[in-house]
Design a protein around this ligand. Structure first.
Ligand SMILES: C[S@@+](CC[C@H](N)C(=O)[O-])C[C@H]1O[C@@H](n2cnc3c(N)ncnc32)[C@H](O)[C@@H]1O
Length: 207
């Protein structure tokens, strides 16, 4: 009895490992094809995923966007954490990655370029977002694109709403500081590469 339970658990872990390896291979191929768009060779670790998503009080979130979903490591956890009545808009510019997420989350709202965030909210009749989670590689994206996406983030967050973004360096810190009044930084060493998590709030343009 105990043995069969252990065996079942082992089988489940084996399946999870296999799908993680397959996911990492897909991601690596996308990175080789478009390094400046993908920005990383491997999906985020569970430690980084947790560090980012723990910054949001999911019980208060009704409308939330994820920017740069990749293979969906954050998406899976957001779906688990979000309220049943929450609306999650997922942005991933790579159509193949977008299809991959769609296959495991039928019914999820999937979009392409994060620059379209304000236009999409308008189309959906959503006024503002309570939170935005970003995995975008801002330092390697074209600077004009990074600026437009950060403008879009500020334009679409409710006052007091949180923007949580991870980065592999501190280069973006001063950009975030020029836009948000409250910033908390933490560091997650167990990730490839290790990452800084920025928790940003308070639009400085509205002061
Ligand atoms: C560093 S990967 C993160 C993937 C995943 N969230 C993770 O943490 O493992 C960044 C992702 O952002 C996507 N991306 C880059 N520019 C984008 C844009 N303008 N709009 C939406 N997604 C974008 C890339 O295709 C890539 O999948």
């Amino acid at each position: 009895m105990v043995l069969s339970k252990d065996y079942g658990q082992l089988q489940r872990q084996g399946r999870q490992l296999k799908s993680r390896i397959a996911e990492s291979m897909v991601f690596l191929r996308r990175f080789v094809g478009a390094p400046r768009q993908v920005g990383s060779v491997i999906p985020s670790s569970p430690y980084l995923t947790r560090a980012v998503l723990d910054k949001i009080d999911w019980s208060q979130v009704r409308n939330v966007a994820e920017l740069g979903a990749g293979t969906g490591v954050f998406t899976r956890s957001i779906v688990r954490r979000a309220r049943p009545d929450a609306r999650l808009l997922v942005f991933e510019i790579d159509p193949d990655l977008q299809r991959m997420i769609g296959a495991s989350h039928p019914g999820l709202k999937l979009y392409g370029d994060a620059q379209e965030l304000p236009a999409i909210l308008e189309d959906l009749g959503i006024d503002k977002l309570d939170g935005i989670v970003s995995s975008l590689p801002f330092t390697v994206l074209p600077p004009a694109m990074t600026a437009r996406i950060l403008d879009a983030v500020q334009d679409t967050l409710v006052p007091g709403g949180k923007f949580v973004a991870y980065q592999y360096s501190k280069i973006m810190k001063r950009h975030f500081e020029s836009r948000f009044s409250e910033i908390r930084t933490s560091f997650v060493p167990i990730n490839i590469p290790p990452a800084f998590v920025y928790e940003c709030r308070g639009d400085l343009r509205k002061k």
